[in-house]
Every structure is written in structure tokens, then in C-alpha cells.
Design a protein. Sequence first.
Length: 152
Amino acid sequence: MKDVYQQIAFEKLRDAGLKITKPRQMIVDFLASSDTALSPYEVQNLLQKKGIKSDVVTIYRVFEVLENLSLVHKVLAFNGYIRCHTEELKSLEEICHHYLLCKSCKRVEEVEGEDLTNLEKKIEKNYGFKIRSHYLEFMGVCKNCKKKKGQA
């Protein structure tokens, strides 16, 4: 049974006139079941474990398509991609999200953050720089890893 993320992802791909190819399907499936950012090389390794030979260039292209459809977010610190929250995919609003990155377990948690629209406008006005997107990542240790290490 497909989860909500997979259903929405496949629907968005079809709505964009794109086919649900085997690589796209498998990457969406991996993303749906992961709380960590997956790099194209990690996806290639996961596919190889299932006996599927894959080209890392194809995997990069799939991530690019998914990012353009707002189905994934790039996580710069981990050089990978994480699925968008299902609530965000269903919403017509653009919500400002930031990321909590655990250095220990590599878990990525997407959190709603401060709206940076005013800061973006100020930067555009003062520097003449047109902002297309921004990423804000907080690196630390998640509560589960803190408990495991007795740092709670």
C-alpha cells in the first residue's frame, strides 16, 4: 500500500506530464520511508542491494525533477535530499521551512520557521540581488541521540 507522500508524488509527476518510470518510483519509495537525507550515491547503493544496476546521473536527474516539483528539499550539509512533508504538499500555501540536522544519526527534521520574506526584500533592495530560494539548516544533536548518549 502506498503512503500519502507516494500518492501525492506520483500524482504531481503525472500532472506535470511525466511518466512514473522505475527509477522515479523507486526513489520516491526510498524517500517515503527515510527520515534522513539521501544522496544520489546512497540511492545507487540501495538499488544495488536490490540487485538493480543504476546510473548515478539518472538518479541526480530524478532528484532534480522531484525538486522542481517541490517534492523534495535539498539538504546541503548532508549533500542529499529529503521528502517534503505531506502537509506541505497538500497545502497551496508556501510555508517557510527550515531543517534540524542531527550530526549523530543524520536524521533531518523539517520545521516551520520564521518567514524570511522581509529579510529577502531587504537584501534585494540593499544589494540588488534577486533571491530565488534559500536554505536554513541547524546542525546539532536530536533528542533521541541526546538520550542515548545521556546528554538529556
